[in-house]
Design a protein around this ligand. Sequence first.
Ligand code: UDP
Ligand code: MG
Length: 244
Amino acid sequence: MSDKNPILSLVIPCYNEEGNLPKLIEAIRTSLEPLKISYEVVITDDCSKDNSWKVLKELAEKDPRIRVQKFEFNCGESAASFAGMKASHGKYIVTMDADLQNDPKDLPAFLKALENYDCVCGTRVKVRSEGDHFIRVASSRIANAVRNKLSGEKISDAGCTYRAFKRECIDNLKFFKGMHRFLPTLFKIEGHTVTEIEVSNNPRFAGQSNYGVWNRLFASFYDLLAVRWMKKRMFKFKVAERIN
Ligand code: UDP
Ligand code: MG
């Protein structure tokens, strides 16, 4: 049964993930069925070149909780993730990769942490070396250190897009390419509370990563300066009294 306003929306960007999608949906079901909560899975096909869209349509036909949309042209992970958030209806939103690196078995821990925070970010720092090549681990450590230093943050794993947050967090979200790396900071700017939990980090099940060392490390530097500026220049105000 589908629920028009479910408790949970899983929002997943997808580019050339045909080999991962059926297993991903199965893993999500296994993790969420025991919790007895209503949920939907919103997957945005970022104009994949493989059979992802065909697989997605088949999955959606079998289960109305699986809602799928396809971009006309490739727009990138941030855009696919953002379009999924906008199409979703859940009280809580969880963003995750389509490649099973993010393990649906961590979902209950995210939901638990959401009882006390507006946004919960997954961090793979402790388990990183188990699922990833050392160059990837090293480049992500450097990127995190630079990001934290320049944006005055303490996010241990900004590259981990396995996150859960309340719907209101995206009400005023600024939208730009590469936004997915700065989501916790952007939420904090809007006054939302953010925490981290440790998550598992599986190797990619099928297909290939879309990022190399170069774009992981350097492509987001430009965005970082914009976020740094935004953080410094945003004004905060609270109306104390209002008449008429
Ligand atoms: N992705 C996307 N559009 C793109 C590149 C990636 O929708 O142009 C999706 C991809 O299918 C995956 C997520 O974004 O679900 C993260 O990509 P990837 O797993 O390649 O990144 P990594 O985990 O290696 O950093
Ligand atoms: Mg991935």
